[in-house]
Design a protein around this ligand. Sequence first.
Ligand SMILES: [Zn+2]
Ligand SMILES: [Zn+2]
Length: 236
Amino acid sequence: MVILPAARRAFALALDFALPVSCALCGRALEPRRGAPPLCPSCRALLRPIAGRRCPRCGEELSSEEGLCMDCRARERVLDEAYPLFRFSGACKDLVSAYKFRDRRSLAPFLAELLAAAAERLWPDWSIVPVPPRPGKLRERGWDQVERLARELEGRGFAVARPLERLGSKQQKRLGREARLANARAAYRLKEGATPPELALLLDDVVTTGATAEACAAALKAGGSRKVSLLILAAD
Ligand SMILES: [Zn+2]
Ligand SMILES: [Zn+2]
């Protein structure tokens, strides 16, 4: 029997969804065990969250600066603070990419557990606001990786609000910084009649330029949020 690549991929994903059968990083076979992270012990040991001193604004590790990093000193931001779990490099990049780009859905509970620990420690009683996907993404990909994390967090007792929506927009990649900001600002807005939470903890997977987070923070604050922070898996 010939299995078409797409069908084989769907089958592998269905398996991965039910029980992780191989390590998401090295591919080594795992003993399928419900609730176990889809990582072998040696790859798990490679994952090092940012642990040093952080810039209180963007959450990136500081080298020699005191207080804000050089980047944050030079820039006004709507977002009050950001907190990436990982730097987007090495094993952490591979892990986040496996989840975001290669559809390793079985990583969701594991990643959500890490996010939950940070949210509980730093923003207890804030409402989590997932960054909404672009229109058509659910239809094309079959899932939204940020929403999946939000649901995992909801299942752990966190308040989750979904006041934002995203309109269709142009590709960001070729644009310069100012144009990206303007483009993103036009792409995110409050849903009609939505009241955003007073304390909003935006949730996203990877942040590159920060234009999306800034646009979402601006929409939330314009709608009445007093503070907006950002919790992300990784900062690029
Ligand atoms: Zn491994
Ligand atoms: Zn900074």
